[in-house]
Design a protein around this ligand. Structure first.
Ligand code: GDP
Length: 363
């Protein structure tokens, strides 16, 4: 090829022929077509047969924001409902570092020692985790993740707490229909999500740590009040005495609490998730609890109350979504918000006007 730059007047500058570059796309890559969605009946019969792939696909639909997916998911859930309910639902909470992952790994293996199946779900509304991090969740629970009886699913990704929690609750229905007779719902013990978890489990386990000297500080009273059992982790090595001390402190703190609705007195135990010490004792406590609440009718009552709670939660969530996602309302809200911030309008009048408009024109 001719290059005018190579003429003698441009001495010192030579332009060489370039090297042919490989194509930027991989010629061997064949884009695979997305698998078409299975029908509702296919999904339901797959789930009922314990097919994990179908279960995962249905859970993905539950979590999807696409309206058609949600519609499908609702149909699947409805058909699975009659087959659900037959499990122990256990909520597990504790601050980050308390040892939840380590403990769930060993608790899970303990629960599965005589067979059965276990689903581990999570509620973490702050979570931005996407599908890629399912791996992250699986590596957190190393032994359990390779166990054929375990199904581990990370928290639905970030959204309103109500929305995230509802999805987890619906996932419980699907897992139970697929034969999972043990359900763990994990949450990070730092916020409101405990209340949400408490509203969908039969037993609420609070994992605590000893050794800070002021054990009872920083634990919200409300969380302690919800706990059916408190377990102090890392009772190993030098930490055993401190764990025992913390146990005594928790026990005496619990005595000051009003009696629980179940009539059960929450117990406090120490254990070590890492060294696998005291694990059977924790599960004996949980077995005792189930025996107790099934005997006095509280088990059924709590589940019925939870069902009612979720009816209202679902209504509230849908109303809120419809309202706030309406484009006209959105722009009206922006105007009124500015007016309220500028002191041009009172918050009550602004709210009344927007709501009146909505009720008149949108319902
Ligand atoms: P999570 O954030 O609550 O899920 O806590 P992890 O399970 O990730 O545990 C946090 C840290 O505590 C990790 O470094 C664990 O190895 C450690 N750990 C967990 N359980 C125990 C235990 O029983 N004893 C001791 N000494 N360390 C533990």
């Amino acid at each position: 090829m001719e290059h005018p730059e190579n003429e003698s007047q441009y001495i010192g500058l030579t332009v060489n022929e370039g090297v042919a570059q490989p194509p930027v796309t991989n010629p061997y890559f064949v884009r695979r077509k997305r698998k078409p969605l299975p029908s509702v009946d296919e999904m339901v019969s797959g789930i009922l047969a314990g097919d994990v792939t179908m279960l995962s696909r249905a859970v993905t639909l539950v979590e999807s924001l696409v309206p058609e997916h949600q519609q499908l998911a609702q149909e699947v859930i409805e058909k699975c409902l009659p087959h659900s309910g037959n499990s122990r639902r256990i909520g597990i909470t504790g601050v980050p570092g308390a040892g939840k992952s380590t403990s769930i790994d060993v608790f899970g293996l303990h629960v599965l020692r005589d067979g059965g199946k276990l689903a581990v779900l999570a509620i973490d509304p702050s979570s931005e985790r996407t599908r890629g991090s399912i791996l992250g969740d699986k590596t957190r629970m190393e032994k359990l993740s390779t166990h054929p009886g375990a199904f581990i699913r990370p928290s639905p990704s970030a959204g309103s707490l109500g929305g995230v929690a509802r999805k987890t609750r619906e996932t419980i229905v699907l897992c139970e229909a697929a034969g999972y007779n043990n359900i763990f719902v994990e949450t990070v013990g730092v916020g409101q999500s405990e209340t949400a978890v408490h509203s969908m489990v039969d037993f609420f386990l609070l994992i605590q740590l000893a050794g800070t000297g002021d054990e009872l500080q920083g634990i919200k009273r409300g969380i302690m009040e919800m706990a059916d059992g408190i377990v102090i982790n890392k009772a190993d090595g030098d930490n055993v005495d401190r764990a025992r001390l913390a146990q005594a402190q928790f026990k005496s703190a619990l005595r000051l609490f009003p009696p629980t609705a179940s009539g059960w007195s929450p117990e406090v135990l120490t254990y070590s998730g890492y060294f696998e010490l005291g694990i059977p004792e924790v599960w004996e406590m949980i077995d005792r609890y189930f025996e107790y609440v099934k005997g006095n009718g509280y088990f059924e009552r709590r589940r019925r109350e939870q069902a009612r709670y979720w009816m209202y939660e679902t209504i509230n969530e849908q109303l809120r979504n419809r309202f706030y996602n309406d484009p006209e309302i959105e722009s009206m809200l922006a105007d009124r918000e500015a007016a309220v911030l500028d002191n041009r309008q009172s918050s009550f009048i602004a709210a009344r006007d927007v709501l009146e408009y909505y009720f008149k024109n949108k319902l």
